[in-house]
Structure formats: C-alpha cells, structure tokens
Design a protein around this ligand. Structure first.
Ligand code: KG4
Ligand code: ZN
Length: 344
C-alpha cells in the first residue's frame, strides 16, 4: 500500500488529503475562503495567498490527526504546482518541499487541470481510460483525450471566459452573490430552460474550442436592454430571474454536451469523464447522463466532493504518476501557467 499526502492551494481553497493507492481517500479537508472574497465579487490573489499561509499548517495537523497517522506512515507528498495564482501555488509548493525534506519523503508536483481531468477515477475500481475528459471549472473549460494518467492530450479549450467564470459573471449581473455557479444552478432549477433563446457559440465548424463571453453579454443586454449595462434588474420577478438562470444554464450545457460528443466522435473512445467545479451543475449532469445513455457511452461524473478544488485528486494523480516512474525534486517550482499538455 502506498499512502500519499496531497496539498492543493492553487486558488481560493486550502486543501490537504491522505489517499491510499490513488483510490482510497482517508481524509480530504477543504478550507474555503468564500467569506474573505465575497465582498470583492471574485478572488483577490493577495488575500488568497495570505489565507493559505494562515490555514495550511493547522489543516496539515488536522489531516494527520483525522487519518490517525504520523509522518513516518506517509510514503510520498504530492502538490499542485501549476496552473493557478502564483502566490497561492507557492504556499503549497513551499510547504510540500519543506515536508519532503524534513520527513525524507519523495515529492511530486502535479498539474491541477490534469488532476481535474482524472478525478473521476478516484473511486472507480478500474481505470476508465481511454476517455474524453471534460474539465469545467472557474478557470478552465477544456476537452482532453486521456489515454492514461500520464497521457493527457488537450483537444480544445476556451478562447475567452471559462464556463464557471460565465456562471459567476451572470450571478454577479443578477446580484446573486459569489460564487455564482451554485446559486444560478439552484435558482435555475425552478425556471424554464426554454424561456429565452440565448446564443450557443460553437465557433468554426468542427472546433473543440469554447467561447462564453458572447453569451454573458447576451444575458447582460437581456436584463438591462440592448447596449445598456445598468437598469432593469429591479423589475425582474423571481420567476423571470429563475427563467434567465435556467435559459443561461441550458445555453452553456448545450455547448458543453455537443462539443464533448464531437470529441468522442473524433477520438473514437467509448467513455466520457467530467471534472471541475462546474461538473457539480445539476443540468450538466442530467443532460450528459441522458446523452451518453442514448449514444451507448459510459459516463463517469466525478463525485461531487471531488468536483471543486480538493487535495484528494492531487494525491491520487500524484500516486499514479509515481507508479509510472515520475518524481520531482526539491528544485520543484510553481508556475502560474502550464502547457495544457505538460505532464507536470
Ligand atoms: O474547480 P473549481 O473549484 O475551481 C477552479 O479551479 O476554477 O471551480 C469553481 C467554479 C466556480 O466558477 C463556481 O461558480 C463553479 O465552479 N461551480 C458551479 C457549480 N458549483 C461550482 N457552476 C455551475 N453549477 C454549479 N452547481
Ligand atoms: Zn480547479
């Protein structure tokens, strides 16, 4: 048995996990910073990195105490090294390197997006590869062809806003608070997804890239009036707000489902996996489930607790990479951006 300690600090969640053999999650602690960023309507990088510094040590101690283990029982340390907010990433990477050195354990730096792309495998008995992986989060909307834990090939990504970012911006236009995705999801579940026909941007024929900024602008003009950026909000009834949330969600979900199916046709795989914060969206889960069933594909939706940022997915991918001979050393550094195809 190989026991990996995972550390994740790429954005606004501090997370520490202990995972055995890449599948058995012993604990997965997540400290969110929602309250710290809510009044700014988005994540403030400097506040995020300071909060990671204040939280991480206590979370590490709590994880070891919950897992009832001492450092000697940990076999390796995995940490998110890219992409993300550089100050936030540095907190996790520095802590992981310090522990690896002090405890004399192997270290592995992990690509955060690849961890989302492979997170559906955490609780599966058998690896689901080859598969098309849809990663939909606040920072990324990408399709990958995953042939294995160390073979993650980018097929397409967003050219402007990420899907989660569009959810957050629409929530902000509607004054629903931050983070917006879960609120738009919940309010929209009481609305009519066909009430307003918002645009579905498919880009050029056959493209596996995404664009959501036009959709966001369409929602803005629908509320305020063409060409306007203020007014109109006060006259929206709760039912009209629910219809906007449902119709906006339907437009995002239609594009995500269509492009995922295009990626399936192009790669010839029979399996779809979905990860990232927006994978928690109820409409996306329902429509992908129906479509995959209709097309005879197997679908693995990442369990809700591993959809948003978490260290369990980092520890799990770290384990699988180490099994395949990859390792980092104490020169490991954080990077805000990473080639989407980069293994680390
Ligand atoms: O993966 P994640 O925790 O962080 C990033 O790496 O970005 O994703 C957070 C994003 C946010 O934009 C949030 O609004 C969105 O995921 N999100 C949702 C839902 N739950 C979280 N979007 C739509 N529906 C949801 N239920
Ligand atoms: Zn993420």
């Amino acid at each position: 048995m190989t026991r990996v300690l995972g550390i994740e600090t790429s954005c606004d969640e501090t997370s520490v996990a202990v995972v055995d053999d890449g599948r058995q999650v012993i604990c997965n602690l997540i400290a969110t910073q929602f309250d710290l960023h809510a009044k700014y309507g988005g994540v403030v990088p400097e506040i995020a990195s300071r909060a990671h510094i204040e939280t991480l040590d206590a979370l590490l101690e709590e994880a070891l105490s919950i897992a009832k283990i001492d450092p000697a029982e940990i076999d390796a340390i995995a940490v998110t090294k890219s992409p993300g907010l550089i100050g936030s990433l540095l907190v996790g990477v520095t802590a992981a390197k310090s522990l690896a050195w002090a405890w004399g354990k192997p270290l592995i730096g992990v690509n955060h997006i690849h961890a989302h792309a492979t997170s559906a495998a955490i609780e599966l008995a058998d690896d689901p590869w080859p598969a098309v992986a849809l990663v939909v989060s606040g920072g990324h909307t990408s399709l990958f062809h995953v042939r294995g834990f160390d073979a993650v090939e980018l097929l397409g990504g967003t050219v402007d806003d990420a899907a989660g970012e569009a959810f957050d911006k629409v929530a902000s236009i509607l004054n629903l608070g931050f983070p917006g995705g879960p609120r738009v999801d919940k309010i929209g579940s009481g609305g009519n997804p066909n009430a307003i026909r918002f645009p579905r941007t498919m880009l050029k024929e056959g493209s596996l890239d995404f664009s959501f900024s036009g959709l966001k602008t369409a929602v803005l003009y629908h509320i305020h009036g063409p060409g306007k950026t203020t007014g109109g909000l006060e006259s929206l009834s709760p039912a009209a707000t629910a219809d906007i949330c449902a119709s906006f969600s339907a437009a995002v979900v239609d594009v995500l489902v269509e492009k995922t199916m295009l990626a399936v046709a192009r790669t010839g795989v029979k399996t779809v996996v979905v990860g990232g914060g927006v994978a928690a969206n109820s409409m996306l889960r329902a429509r992908l489930t129906a479509r995959c069933e209709a097309d005879g594909l197997s679908l693995h939706l990442t369990p809700m607790k591993y959809c948003t940022d978490n260290a369990a997915m980092i520890a799990a991918l770290g384990y699988h990479l180490m099994q395949r001979g990859y390792a980092s050393d104490l020169l490991l550094s954080a990077a805000a951006t990473a080639s989407a195809d980069a293994r680390f």
